[in-house]
Design a protein around this ligand. Structure first.
Ligand SMILES: [Zn+2]
Length: 325
């Protein structure tokens, strides 16, 4: 069975040939992925699906796997959840190769990225109120004319705009590109302005998830494996990444776990914490959720030793949601 499955997977095109080519002369490991939870509560089965898929896929490519804490939004942070997430990752034996990265420690990188986008004339200050915004996406005022003053340090600009204006990405003229995914059906973007002008820096002074994640996922990360709930926003992330002239990672969006009511199992739905679950049983359940053939193993170590060889990315369901029992 193992030989048969390996043979099947051997015919799979290796993702992102351009990345492979560009890094062919670099000392191994060539590939890196990440699991990037928000510390807004305990891990749940949905986040475990993303974590396992990311870790196994990277190990199958003999790549690194990193843990990043997406803690840029203080109002969402729940005290103690970061350490509980780190503990849970260890409890399930999910491989992590480097010290934990925290987005809250990378503000300067996000400010540099904003400065680059401003220099490329790709951002504008939006003074629209929420009520004024057309469906929450497009400006009703002529905000695109309000470019950032590039003679000032970016920090001063951010201080001046705080609580007055959000900073949006000007997507005008960005056209004709494909957002390709190993699992989901590719998206062709004929005209990026149809996506609106997404917020790059929030009115409350916080960097947006979009900019922070675009910067971090293009900083040595070759493969982004995550839940398909983030797939619709991937076109915007790819635009930001390309406008920053950074390498676009290979995207792999695995199905989101939903309940019998098609509700995503997550912190919002108060999905049960997995911290006290039987780790091996739950890992095997997640393994099968990802379309993989079950296999016998008696320990966490054996699971993580075997699964990279058995992993078959073409067996992952090409759907965005899937019920888990
Ligand atoms: Zn506006």
């Amino acid at each position: 069975m193992i030989a048969k499955r390996l043979k099947k997977c051997a015919s799979v095109k290796q993702p992102n040939a351009s990345i492979e080519t560009a890094r062919s002369n670099v000392t191994a490991p060539c590939f890196a992925g990440r699991f990037a939870p928000t510390p807004s509560g305990d891990l749940h089965i949905g986040s475990l699906v993303a974590a396992v898929a990311s870790a196994v896929h990277m190990r199958s490519l003999q790549g690194e796997h990193r843990l990043r804490i997406d803690d840029i939004d203080p109002p969402r942070i729940v005290a103690g959840s970061e350490s509980r997430i780190v503990d849970a990752v260890s409890y399930f034996g999910i491989p992590v190769d480097e010290p934990v990265i925290k987005q809250s420690g990378r503000l300067a990188s996000y400010q540099d990225a904003l400065k680059s986008l401003a220099s490329a004339n790709r951002v504008f200050a939006c003074y629209c109120t929420r009520r004024e915004l057309d469906r929450g996406v497009n400006c009703v005022a002529n905000c695109r004319q309000t470019r950032l003053d590039q003679t000032k340090p970016i920090r001063d600009t951010l201080s001046e705009l705080r609580d007055k204006a959000a900073i949006r990405l000007d997507t005008t003229g960005v056209s004709g590109f494909i957002v390709d995914d190993v699992i989901q059906k590719a998206i062709t973007v004929d005209d990026a302005s149809s996506l609106g002008h997404p917020v790059i820096w929030r009115k409350d002074g916080l960097v947006s998830y979009l900019l922070a994640t675009s910067v971090d996922d293009s900083d040595g990360i070759s493969h982004v494996v995550r839940g398909a709930d983030l797939w619709p926003g991937t076109a915007a992330q790819q635009i930001v990444t390309q406008l920053l002239d950074r390498p676009v990672p290979q995207w792999l969006h695995v199905p989101c776990a939903v309940d019998e009511h098609e509700q995503k199992l997550g912190k919002q739905t108060r999905a049960p914490s997995i911290h006290n679950a039987d780790a091996l049983t739950l890992l095997q359940q997640v393994w099968q959720f990802l379309g993989q053939q079950p296999f016998a193993c008696g320990s966490l170590e054996a699971f993580w030793d075997l699964c990279p060889e058995l992993w078959c990315v073409t067996a992952v369901p090409t759907i965005t949601t899937q019920r888990i029992d």
